[in-house]
Design a protein around this ligand. Structure first.
Ligand code: PAF
Length: 280
């Protein structure tokens, strides 16, 4: 596996691959890899001639009081995992490689970036779309892979790709869950054993919402209330950022459920912010 940190070197290598007519898959990550990331890599491995993974903890998508410093990092463990996939190229730039002195250009998808998590993490999605644009420009992948767990992120990146006419296919892969339903996330490693058990309420609540809708409930507010009540029963939840029922494309709130909707939850257990969603 090639391990590259220089954007120019990466760009030259990737241009060469594309010029040879080979397809190039990209799985962008911030490292601390888990089974969710590995499932994206396996899918990308099947669909492309060459597979690239990027590991870059992007400071620009963390707010001033967020967990940038504490964010889990395990480069040796990550390399072992991705070599086993196998991955052909690891792009692992440093902060100065991506944001050199004097860097001043940002990419923002308006409106959708202020909904849901955007309300609680101002500037987060601007940081995501900026770094993803840079990765796409450096690598020019044929396909890029994202997890449904970060549904809003993938919806915003889909809009970015469409609005900026980027010639890249986005592949969104299903959320990988623990046996009790908890969505795999690098941030789960922050949880104490008790908090980890409590976190199962998130998926249980999404399932409750799904069951109400499949039983025929159409009033989004009533479904949302029932979900909220269920979350409130868990004493280790300190904050409920949102329980939302929104349009799967625009992420705008729905009042009457008449077609596919996204059920999404963001809560805090201790200092750990957890998100999850399902489409019903
Ligand atoms: O989902 C992530 O890990 C990050 O937001 C991403 C897409 C790699 C951008 O930093």
């Amino acid at each position: 596996m090639d391990i590259i940190s220089s954007p120019i070197e990466m760009q030259n290598l990737c241009r060469g691959i594309i010029m040879q007519g080979r397809s190039l898959g990209l799985v962008p990550t911030m490292g601390a890899l888990h089974k969710g990331h590995l499932s994206l890599m396996q899918k990308a491995r099947q669909q492309n001639d060459v597979l690239t993974v990027s590991i870059f903890v992007n400071p620009v998508q963390f707010g001033p009081h967020e967990d940038l410093e504490q964010y889990p990092r395990d480069m040796a463990g990550d390399i072992e995992k991705i070599e086993a996939v196998p991955v052909d190229i690891l792009f692992n730039p440093g902060v100065k490689d991506i944001y050199p002195e004097g860097y001043s250009t940002y990419v923002e998808v308006e409106r959708m970036s202020n909904a849901l998590c955007g309300m609680y993490r101002p500037g987060h999605f601007k940081g995501v779309t900026t770094v993803v644009t840079k990765l796409f420009n450096i690598i020019r992948p044929t396909r890029a892979y994202f997890g449904q767990k970060d549904y809003q992120q993938s919806a915003i990146i889909r809009k970015l790709v469409k609005d900026l006419n980027m010639d890249i296919d986005l592949v969104v892969c299903p959320t990988i869950r623990e046996p009790d339903g908890l969505a795999m996330s690098s941030r789960n490693s922050y949880l104490s054993p008790k908090q980890r058990d409590a976190a199962a309420v998130i998926y249980a609540t999404l399932t409750l919402g799904k069951n109400l809708i499949t039983e025929g409930h159409r009033d989004a507010k009533a479904v949302q209330e029932a979900m909220l009540e269920n979350l409130k029963k868990e004493p280790l939840i300190e904050d409920i950022d949102y329980v939302a029922i929104v349009d799967t494309e625009t992420l705008s709130p729905i009042e009457h459920i008449s077609e596919q909707v996204l059920l999404a939850i963001a809560i805090r257990i201790g200092k750990t912010r957890l998100i999850d969603n399902i489409i019903v």
